[in-house]
Ligand binder design. Sequence first.
Ligand code: GLP
Length: 247
Amino acid sequence: MRIITVPDYAAMSRVAADLVSAEVAHSPRSVLGLATGSTPEGLYAELVARVRMGTLNLSFVTTFNLDEYIGLPEEHETSYHFFMRRHLFDHVQVREYHIPNGNAPDLLAECRRYDGLIAEIGGIDLQILGIGRNGHIGFNEPGSPFGEGTRIVNLTPDTIAANARFFASPDQVPRQALSMGIKTIMRARSIVLLASGEGKAQAVAGMIKGPVTEALPASVLRLHPDATLIVDEDAASLLTREELTSA
Ligand code: GLP
């Protein structure tokens, strides 16, 4: 896994935007995998700024988001549909964007439809990921099988507590979500994982120097041929310089 250590959140966001810009400059019709959460907000702000400046064109790009809560209306301000509109799609034009439908009448069929769409378009070129404090990617919680595609997941108490900050109270956080599975994520041609802040230090250290295990889903990225971690100093604080350079 390639590791890029940067001083802080702003630098992480700029470096991530540089990688996305390079991908899109190389193939304007790229397929991007997108993430939600606080981590990629700075990346999206950078992309919006670059589109406005005229140095980036996303209008031929297709995007697929990682996940969505089950049972939350799309217009609810904590849904990932709402998040993506607020941070990206209300500001820049893409060719087409896709987000799993957490209100589909048949959720299993929705999972198959989503993986089918990704396969049909030829797969994801560049997948952006954040990391949960427990090492989850997308909503693939510890214990998620490496071999599964898009799926229905039960959120762990840890994730519900972490995400409660976006809701009026913890009991309003949905207990389930649809998430691209680890197999879907690993099929992306390249993957960029962003990690910022002390709260992520333990998960990042486990991912880099612990075993590759379903108990820490992000560790699977060490098996990917083109995965990059962009990590700021706080999130890298439990790793030595040697561990950061030899991974
Ligand atoms: C959520 C999302 C993940 C995200 C994680 C970390 O649970 N499903 O895709 O990576 O939280 O979020 P944050 O970036 O806010 O720390």
